[in-house]
Design a protein. Structure first.
Length: 150
């Protein structure tokens, strides 16, 4: 482990607390209590010191919070948290098809078609149409209108 990697590791007690809070948030999310999940995950996120984007744990929490906001149709807050997840330098968000999908969807809902096309296409390139299977068909339909897909 390099010195830099060691410096960007959270103490085990903080990791343990984040794990407990994350599970509580997951339970709320699964029960469709999205606001409850957001509140719990934000508490977990607050345990991570600045700059948060240097810790891998923040990427998951930012993604989860963004997803919960997306589920409540609060697309502005969803996009803000998803972009924070995308900006994580500890983990490469550009290789995460779910983050790319949700960022694209949030841009779509914010009526930013150029950005929506870019990120929806990234998600499509990773997983094809399968990533859109549990999503509203408007996202894949939009992408098909915008880009010639194989």
């Amino acid at each position: 482990m390099t010195e830099e990697e060691y410096q960007n590791r959270l103490p085990s007690e903080i990791c343990d607390r984040i794990e407990v809070l994350s599970e509580e948030g997951n339970q709320c999310f699964d029960a469709e209590d999205y606001q409850g999940a957001i509140a719990i995950w934000k508490r977990a996120l607050s345990l991570i010191p600045a700059p948060r984007n240097t810790y891998g744990e923040s990427q998951w929490l930012e993604t989860a919070i963004g997803d919960a906001y997306f589920m409540t149709e609060d697309y502005a807050n969803a996009l803000a948290h998803l972009l924070n997840a995308k900006a994580n330098i500890e983990r490469n968000a550009y290789e995460n098809p779910f983050i790319m999908l949700r960022v694209g969807q949030a841009f779509f809902e914010q009526e930013q078609p150029d950005e929506a096309r870019e990120y929806l296409l990234r998600a499509y390139m990773f997983e094809g149409e399968e990533i859109f299977e549990s999503e509203h068909e408007k996202y894949l339909d939009f992408l098909k209108r915008e880009v010639e897909l194989d």
